[in-house]
Write a protein that binds this ligand. Structure first.
Ligand code: NAD
Ligand code: TYD
Length: 359
C-alpha cells in the first residue's frame, strides 16, 4: 500500500471524527493530519481511541488562515485533502450567516489556494514528477439542490443547485469554487453530496441527538411547523465508508451523491426515537410522546430531501450497510450509554479542557 499524507479538515466534528477513525485504523501506511480549529462543534474526545496512533497527527488551525494552510501543506508534504470543516447547522446560519460565508466559502477557497500553490505551482520540481496522487476531495450536502415536492422525485448529480438557507448557499458557493479550480487550474477534485447523517458523536443541536437528550431529561421536543418535512437519513459510518470508496476509486472531476434511500417524515421519525428511548429507559411505551411541542416553523424550511445514489452504487459499488431500525437503535443506545459525553458537550466543559491544552 502506498504511503500518503492526507489532510482531513474538520476531523474533530461529527462526520470528520468517523472518517479520521476509519482512515487511521484501516490505512496504517497513511499519515493522517487532522486539522480542526475546535469550534463549539469540534471535540477531541470524539477521537480518544485513536489519538495516540502512530499515523495520526492533530493540528489546531483555522482553514481561513491561508499562510498557515500553506505552511501545513509543506510541513507534512500533504498530497490529498478530504475537506469536511464547515459551519454545519441551518438554524445557526439563519442567526449568523457571516460565519458561514467565512468558514464555508473563504475557508474552502483558502484550502484550494494552498493545494494549488503546493501541488501545481512547480511542475518541474522533482518532487512533483513522482507525485501522481493529488486529490482535493470536498464533502458537500444534498441541501445545495434545494427542496423537493412531496412526490417520487430524487436529487441526482444533474439536479440544478437551488439553495435556500445561508448554510446551503454557503455550501453551494464552496462547491462552485471547487469545480472552478478543476476547470481553471486543472486541480484534481472530487465532490460528494450526502443526505442527513445520524449516529454517535453528533452535536446535540441537530434533530436526533437533541431529541434523545431531551427525552432522557423529560424536556420539550420542539417540532418545527407540523413535523411534515421529509429528510433522507444515512448512518454516519456508512457515509465514512462511502468517502473511503470515493477517495480511492472516484473519478477525478466527478460528483457523487450519497444517500440511503431512507426517507422519513420528521414526526414519524420522532415517534420512532421516542419509542426507542422509552423502551431502553424502561419507560411505558409512548410515555414521552407528551413531550412533543409544535413550535414556529424554521424560516425557509425545505420541504423534502431525497437522494438518488445509484451512480455511486453502479460505478463504485458502495451501498449502505445498515437498516434504519438497526441504526437508530444503535444510535439511541450510544447516547444513553455515553451520558458523560452528552453532559460534557451540553455544558461546554470539553472546550475549557482543550483550551488549556491547545490555547
Ligand atoms: P460538525 O459541525 O459536526 O463539524 C464541523 C467541524 O469543523 C468541527 O470539528 C469544527 O471545529 C470544524 N471547523 C469549523 N470551522 C472551522 C475552521 N474555520 N477551521 C477549521 N476547522 C473548522 O459538522 P458535520 O455534521 O460533521 O459535517 C461535516 C461536513 O459534512 C460539513 O462540510 C457538512 O456540510 C457536511 N455534511 C454534513 C451532513 C450532516 O448530516 N451532518 C450531511 C451532508 C454533508
Ligand atoms: P437538522 O438535524 O437541523 O438537519 P437539517 O436541517 O440540516 O436537515 O433538522 C432535521 C429536520 O428536523 C429538519 O426538517 C428540521 C427539523 N427540526 C425540528 O423539527 N426541530 C428541531 O429542534 C431541529 C433541530 C430540527
Amino acid at each position: 500500500m502506498n504511503k500518503r499524507n492526507i489532510l482531513i479538515t474538520g476531523g474533530a466534528g461529527f462526520i470528520g471524527s468517523h472518517v479520521v477513525r476509519l482512515f487511521v485504523n484501516k490505512y496504517p501506511n497513511y499519515r493522517i493530519v487532522n486539522l480542526d480549529v475546535l469550534t463549539y462543534a469540534g471535540n477531541l474526545a470524539n477521537l480518544k481511541d485513536i489519538e495516540n496512533a502512530p499515523n495520526y497527527i492533530f493540528e489546531k488551525a483555522d482553514i481561513c488562515d491561508f499562510d498557515n494552510m500553506l505552511r501545513i501543506f509543506e510541513k507534512y508534504r500533504i498530497d490529498s485533502v478530504i475537506h469536511l470543516a464547515a459551519e454545519s447547522h441551518v438554524d445557526r446560519s439563519i442567526k449568523d450567516p457571516f460565519s458561514f460565508a467565512r468558514t464555508n466559502v473563504m475557508g474552502t477557497l483558502s484550502l484550494l489556494e494552498a493545494a494549488r500553490g503546493s501541488w501545481l505551482s512547480q511542475p518541474q520540481s522533482p518532487k512533483r514528477k513522482t507525485q501522481t496522487s493529488n486529490l482535493f476531495y470536498h464533502i458537500s450536502t444534498d441541501e445545495v439542490y434545494g427542496e423537493l415536492k412531496f412526490d417520487n422525485t430524487l436529487f441526482t448529480e444533474e439536479t440544478k443547485y437551488d439553495p435556500h438557507s445561508p448554510y446551503s448557499a454557503s455550501k453551494a458557493s464552496s462547491d462552485h469554487f471547487v469545480r472552478a479550480y478543476k476547470d481553471t487550474y486543472n486541480l484534481p477534485i472530487v465532490i460528494s453530496n450526502c443526505s442527513n447523517n445520524y449516529g454517535s458523536y453528533q452535536f446535540p443541536e441537530k434533530l436526533i441527538p437533541l431529541f434523545i437528550n431531551n427525552i432522557r431529561n423529560n424536556k420539550p421536543l420542539p417540532v418545527y411547523g407540523k413535523g411534515e418535512n421529509v429528510r433522507d437519513w444515512l448512518y454516519v459510518e456508512d457515509h465514512a465508508r462511502a468517502i473511503d470508496t470515493i477517495f480511492h476509486k472516484g473519478k477525478s472531476g466527478e460528483t457523487y451523491n450519497i444517500g440511503g434511500f431512507n426517507e422519513w417524515k420528521n414526526i414519524d421519525l420522532i415517534k420512532v426515537i421516542i419509542r426507542t428511548v422509552d423502551k431502553l429507559l424502561g419507560r411505558e411505551e409512548g410515555a414521552s410522546e407528551k413531550l412533543i411541542t409544535y413550535v414556529t416553523d424554521r424560516a425557509g424550511h425545505d420541504l423534502r430531501y431525497a437522494i438518488d445514489s445509484s451512480k455511486l452504487k453502479n460505478e463504485l459499488g458502495w451501498e449502505p450497510s445498515l437498516q434504519f431500525e438497526e441504526g437508530i437503535e444503535k444510535t439511541v443506545r450510544w447516547y444513553l450509554e455515553n451520558q458523560d459525553w452528552l453532559d460534557n458537550v451540553t455544558s461546554g466543559d470539553y472546550q475549557k479542557y482543550y483550551e488549556k491544552m491547545y490555547g
